[in-house]
Design a protein around this ligand. Sequence first.
Ligand SMILES: [Zn+2]
Length: 447
Amino acid sequence: MVRAGRGPREAVAARARRRLVDLVRFARARCALYRDLYRGVRDTDFPLESLPPVTRADLEGRFDAWVADPEAGRKSVEAFVADEAALGRLYLDRYLVFATSGTAGRPFVFLHDRAAARVYLALLAVRRLPSLAGLEVARSLAREGGRAATVVTTGGHFASSVIEALARRLLPRLAARNRVFSLFAPLPDLVRELEAFRPAVLGSYATVLFVLAGERAAGRLRIRPGLVLSGAERLSPEARAQIEAAFGCPVRDTYAASEFPGIAFDCRAGRLHVNADWVILEAVDAAGRPVPPGVPSHTTLLTNLANRVAPLIRYDLGDSVTFCPDPCPCKSPLPAVRVEGRRDEVLSLAGAAGEATPLFPLVLATVMEATPGLRAYQVIRRGPARLLLRLEEAPGHDRSAVCAEAVRRLRAYLASQGLGEAAVEVAKERPRREERGGKLRQFFAEG
Ligand SMILES: [Zn+2]
């Protein structure tokens, strides 16, 4: 890994190619889904583009044919993630499971084997941690007792919660200094708790960090972290600058997903470098054709070269990325990308006393996507105390029951944030895709 990180570019690509050939051979031999899909593909000298892409729906529909271990199955893994007490344990004593909120109220899960977990950890150790250590960070760590705060959505086997729980079990002394703060808490409570904890390192999603930076700038939050870590959402240069200015420390970014926890790490020049020896990212247009560097893609195909148990080969990630056309000043041989990602907004409603109360996209997504039978949705802010929902039920589900349940869940969440008075209405029309790109924006203000 160290050698590959020094280049040249061609050597990185050659490593990836060798791993791809091995992975495809394995997937054809052990997963019925890929055996069927690759029937017309050559054995070893196939071009990457000749492998048909897969979507989440393809994998969801044939879960047991996708997974390479016959002992692992859809039913038992769903039971595993339904058990909160299993957080931090390995499924079948050998697999990491990252759940995402999925569709129609059923979670979707990604299994990762031990060899893959070793690769993810090594990438962190070799390519992430050394680039974070600086004098300022060390000073702050010493001043604040090395405490780290992670502010995330909780209450499920989400990747961040799973990793935290595992660390707590395997590295208890280190984990004792790290505390998880739930985004389900109202903002004033979260601010108060962070204030009392005084973290040296603050980690969260870009939208949350942006709001916390606002609290810091307004003087309501007075923590002095030496390092802010952003992940899971797109961090724009403007947001990065404002967060850095508010906290007076560097912000570092990771492109992470349940499909591959460390797709790219940013360098000191602020660019995200893809760990291209272990994960292949392809920027493609709506027809699946490659788009050149400098052009934002319609979606991105991801191939995880580290994991065998549930192979992801040319998997449609749904993100829009742009490969940087010019070389990075840091001279890394790893290609750099800009993640366009989701274009969701932090909706802000007025509380009982008129105070602005933020609703974070990832938290709203967790609330909405747990609704049984809900296939697609949009949450639209129509005024300081009014939300409009566009909902679509999954086939075979009763529309009025699904809508009522979605409204009930959203209202309960709003009440927990002191927004019990806000109006929630269901529109007659179904969720509408944007004309450009065809993506579903889930949270936005209108009117
Ligand atoms: Zn760079």
